[in-house]
Design a protein around this ligand. Structure first.
Ligand SMILES: C[S@@+](CC[C@H](N)C(=O)[O-])C[C@H]1O[C@@H](n2cnc3c(N)ncnc32)[C@H](O)[C@@H]1O
Length: 267
């Protein structure tokens, strides 16, 4: 069996670098849609896995659920606590690994992840953990970028400069029905599988590239290892990504990022 420990530590350091929360808050609408799709209701115990600064946990708490967020980057959890406090919401944020969730079996009525758990390198183990902590009859809700969408293309641009370790499968596979069925087998009955889009809005393709280089951990960290010429090429490649999907004709970016919104019932 592959040992993912060193890979995971490098990934954790990547998510810690930059200022992911500035990207994360732009994606809040995905979490709002996911809690609606998953039918989150008041009083339910809701877990947000790989929560970052807590988009899905906060969306759950806005509906009076008992919300918990778990992530392995302490700084992002602090941002989540500040956001919850600013909104006067009651959310518990805990440090933990998506591949070893710090909760007993069947602890939650609803387990959610918005473009979070998909990044765990041991996909089988992470899926098993998501299923384990969800009570039988409870709900899973996963929003995952698709391989051929904007973020899939962005990760291909990253891979051109830093190829992923061979034993790690692409996170974007969580954005395919086939892989979800493979990962969860008969533990989950998928009742809602919808391809949706998130609109990336930036001042220009170059602003998109600069914003991701400054803030998005995996890109920020990779960029910080490059010499000036390589960095300039990388920035130019990143600026090409939204261009492929852009519908704006005023120089700005209005580009649809495709993702799979999956809702399932834990058997
Ligand atoms: C793209 S961000 C998404 C964050 C948040 N869910 C959102 O909607 O903005 C990916 C998150 O997954 C977290 N993450 C990745 N692998 C993880 C793991 N193995 N255990 C816990 N968190 C993990 C990162 O720290 C980061 O916060």
């Amino acid at each position: 069996m592959a040992d993912f420990t060193a890979i995971k530590e490098r990934q954790r350091q990547a998510w810690e670098s930059g200022d992911y929360a500035r990207v994360g808050v732009t994606l809040q609408i995905m979490a709002e849609r996911l809690v609606e799709a998953a039918g989150v209701r008041a009083g339910q115990r809701v877990l947000d896995v790989a929560c970052g600064q807590g988009n899905a946990a906060i969306a759950g708490a806005r509906r009076f659920a008992e919300a918990t967020g778990v992530d392995y980057v302490a700084g992002l959890l602090d941002q989540g606590r500040q956001r919850a406090e600013a909104e006067r919401l009651d959310v518990t944020f805990m440090e933990g690994d998506a591949e070893r969730l710090p909760f007993p079996d069947a602890s939650f009525d609803v387990t959610l992840s918005t473009v979070g758990v998909m990044f765990a390198p041991d996909q089988e183990r992470a899926a098993a953990e998501v299923a384990r902590v969800t009570r039988p009859g409870g709900t899973l809700g996963l929003a995952s970028w698709t391989p051929d969408g904007l973020v899939g293309m962005m990760f291909r641009a990253i891979g051109a400069y830093a190829p992923p370790p061979p034993q790690v499968r692409s996170p974007m596979l969580w954005g395919t029905q086939e892989r979800l069925r493979e990962l969860f087998g008969d533990k989950v009955e998928w009742v809602g599988l919808a391809t949706r889009t998130y609109e990336f809005c930036y001042r220009s393709p170059e602003h998109f590239a600069d914003w991701f280089l400054a803030n998005y951990g995996p890109i920020h960290r990779l960029g910080s290892t490059m010499d000036d010429a390589t960095l300039a090429n990388f920035a130019a490649d990143l600026a090409e990504v939204p261009k492929k999907f852009n519908r704006a004709d005023d120089g700005t970016v209005l580009a649809a990022g495709e993702y799979l919104e999956a809702v399932g019932i834990r058997r």
